[in-house]
Design a protein around this ligand. Structure first.
Ligand SMILES: [Zn+2]
Length: 281
């Protein structure tokens, strides 16, 4: 994407010009007298920051997709668990319904007993018919309630299958999650000290770099997958994009009097000696 590349190269140069432009000539953005640090010191701090953050990047790569995978699995398990809770609540509701229907049957059975006793003492056929009607009604009521209970039991059966499936899904995912959490935990335990140390170093280096250069640095770092914003000139070429750096530019870089960026990729260029002199401990 040459257009977007072009855009931020211009922005970077623009920033540099503007920082210096406020103090010096726009055409010559010599860094030497800005604040109390020399350009060489500033470049050294930039390399320091870059190398420290590259160490942090390596730790990040080591963790890989694990943090995202763990978070995704946790979300899925939460979703499945609330699904399970919902099904359980539905089953509870159905059970309550069944209990009511059972109570209804019991009521009807009690009435039937009462009516059957009454049939022993009927005085006329009209009374007999009336009692018989009541008996039929209660028998119907029982049948209806039994049908409701049967349907409800079927529904519970279906829900039980769903519940079982959700439980199995949760168990499977929990298993995978445990493994990934353990793996991540190990990496975190191994790298935590280093990470904290490098973060402190990076923060320290950051305070020694001007905020506007820092903004450019962060912008370039983010735009490349390898996170390299400050690179050495290696074998006559930019250490970031491997584009050739003209000899005249190389000597300028070696002088360490200006912040020079790669014309092709926009990365800040430093000479190999300066780059090698910075060691991160
Ligand atoms: Zn380059």
């Amino acid at each position: 994407m040459p257009s977007s590349k072009q855009r931020w190269i211009l922005t970077l140069s623009d920033t540099l010009i503007r920082i210096e432009g406020a103090i010096f000539k726009i055409s010559n953005y010599n860094m030497a007298t800005v604040k109390d640090f020399s350009v060489e010191e500033k470049l050294t701090e930039l390399v320091h920051l870059q190398k420290t953050e590259s160490k942090l990047d390596q730790i990040h790569i080591l963790k890989g997709e694990l943090p995202i995978e763990v978070a995704d699995l946790e979300d899925e398990i939460t979703g499945l668990t609330s699904r399970m809770t919902r099904i359980e609540e539905e089953v509870n509701g159905i059970n309550e319904f069944i209990e009511k229907k059972k109570a209804g049957i019991k009521e009807s059975e009690d009435l039937l007993k009462k009516y059957e006793k009454q049939t022993d003492n009927v005085k006329n056929s009209r009374e007999f018919e009336a009692i018989n009607k009541e008996i039929e009604m209660q028998q119907l009521e029982i049948k209806l309630n039994e049908k409701h209970i049967k349907d409800a039991m079927e529904e519970i059966g279906e829900k039980a299958v769903k519940l079982e499936r959700a439980k199995k899904d949760i168990a499977t995912k929990q298993n995978v999650l445990n493994g990934k959490q353990e793996e991540l935990g190990k990496i975190v335990a191994e790298t935590e000290k280093e990470e904290t140390h490098y973060k402190e170093l990076a923060d320290k280096a950051r305070t020694k770099v001007e905020s506007r250069i820092l903004i450019s640095y962060e912008r370039i770092r983010k735009s490349y997958r390898n996170g390299l914003a400050v690179v050495p000139v290696e074998r006559e070429a930019c250490g970031g994009c491997f584009n050739a750096v003209p000899p005249q530019r190389q000597s300028e870089i070696r002088l360490r009097k200006k912040v020079i960026v790669c014309e092709n990729c926009g990365r800040i260029l430093v000479d190999n000696d300066l780059n090698d002199a910075v060691e991160i401990k």
